[in-house]
Design a protein. Structure first.
Length: 137
């Protein structure tokens, strides 16, 4: 049983490290795992209650983090903007601005870049920051 617990913690650590999970998602997952452990040890009512709370908590957190109900731009526009700036869906607004500053310094018309490329980078930044603001609401 200890081996399985260590294996589960390693898997969760790997998922956070690789960006598959956010740190905020760990608590409901650990609560669900604890509930499963309690249910398997004989505390069925407490274990099932913990699993139910974990499921509702995780579901609400996922809806807030990824804002499925918020008005957004077309997913392809957002994905294209992420690709253009080289950011992931888990990056915060500061990371988006930092990446934009780096790329605009390399592609600004004053430093030998083109007007079109600079405009694309500015538009991508605006799309991602608007999307980020919509997710926070």
């Amino acid at each position: 049983m200890t081996f399985l617990a260590i294996l589960a913690l390693l898997a969760l650590g790997w998922a956070v490290w690789k960006g598959k999970l956010q740190k905020q998602q760990l608590l409901p997952i650990l609560l669900g795992l604890s509930g499963a452990l309690l249910a398997s040890r004989g505390s069925l009512i407490i274990g099932v209650a913990a699993i139910g709370i974990a499921v509702l908590w995780y579901r609400g957190l996922t809806l807030r983090l990824f804002s499925f109900g918020a008005k957004r731009g077309k997913p392809s526009d957002i994905d294209d903007a992420r690709f253009l700036l080289g950011v992931s869906r888990f990056d915060n607004a500061e990371r988006i601005r930092e990446r934009h500053r780096t790329l605009i310094a390399q592609n600004h018309p004053d430093t030998g870049g083109s007007d079109g490329r600079a405009a694309e980078l500015n538009k991508a930044r605006d799309i991602l920051l608007d999307d980020f603001d919509n997710k926070r609401r």
